[in-house]
Design a binder for this molecule. Structure first.
Ligand code: SAM
Length: 259
């Protein structure tokens, strides 16, 4: 019996060869690339990626899909399958020592945010990311200050790289058909500051600032402002949604650097 699509794993399989080709054209895999594909599914994208001769490590959580994937690509030497949860598999343990990895996929919508945070945690070993995500999420990743889409995901993502939306994808190209449009988002990973302690502090400042989105910074950051004196480079009467990445960086320096 053929495995049916499972909602709990956000299974919406791509069935349109043109869209699959466009995604692979955007990724532009090269023979010496090391690519992790999140959620191989029935292998539609995997198949095209493998043709580039890049080394492909596919991660799939659904044990019903594993036997077909193993069989389909059994003779393909550049393919490794990980029957695992992409959120818990240690990327460092499978990545080559010599060069950075690329991470791609028509990703399960229910794990988009935690997966992105995992990518950022592993920023040192990742070159770029190409994810098909819900269009609304794609807009949030690329949003600019003072818009309703702008929030934690925008400010954190834009600290780690420059997200761009390459194209939108109609629900009709998936089976089963989802309720929303998707977009292919590409992010070249280049953290503004490559220091993990600073990155932790930056996350704390961004999350705390947006925790009470409508409040002015002086109120939302009140716990972090205890014992803080001197002139803050950012006017604390402003709201989180008006600050760009550079301003959040300046605010983090001021809050955490000892001087
Ligand atoms: N790549 C295939 C395609 O484009 O047709 C499948 C995409 S489907 C949207 C998402 C895939 O991710 C499913 O095969 C699902 O089982 C798998 N998946 C869901 N959660 C996962 C997780 N935590 N780790 C790894 N794979 C996961």
């Amino acid at each position: 019996m053929k495995p049916y699509a499972k909602k709990r794993f956000s299974q919406n399989f791509l069935i349109d060869p043109n869209i699959l080709r466009k995604i692979v054209q955007t990724i532009n895999p090269q023979p010496d690339d090391f690519i992790i594909e999140i959620g191989s599914g029935k292998g539609a994208l995997t198949d095209l990626l493998l043709k580039s001769s890049a080394i492909i490590h596919a991660i799939e959580i659904d044990d019903d899909l594993i036997p077909d994937l193993q069989q389909k690509f059994s003779k393909t030497s550049n393919f490794t399958l990980h029957y695992a949860d992409a959120l818990t598999l240690n990327f460092t343990s499978i990545a080559p020592k010599k060069h950075k990895i690329r991470v791609v996929g028509n990703i399960p919508f229910n794990i988009t945010s935690p997966l992105l945070f995992k990518i950022f945690e592993n920023a040192k070993i990742i070159d770029d990311v190409h994810f098909l995500v819900q269009r609304e999420i794609a807009r949030r990743l690329c949003a600019v200050p003072k818009t309703k889409e702008y929030g934690i995901l925008s400010v954190i993502t834009q600290f780690y790289g420059s997200p761009t939306i390459t194209f939108d994808v109609s629900p009709k190209v998936f089976r089963p058909i989802p309720e929303v449009y998707s977009s292919l988002v590409s992010i070249k990973i280049q953290p503004v500051i490559n220091n993990s302690e600073f990155q932790q502090n930056y996350h704390t400042v961004v999350r705390t600032s947006f925790g009470k989105r409508r409040k002015i910074l002086r109120n939302s950051l009140s716990d972090l402002l205890i014992n803080k004196s001197g002139d803050c480079p950012i006017d604390l009467v402003r709201r989180a949604e008006s600050l760009n990445v550079e301003e959040f960086i300046n605010l983090t320096h001021w809050l955490y650097d000892s001087n």
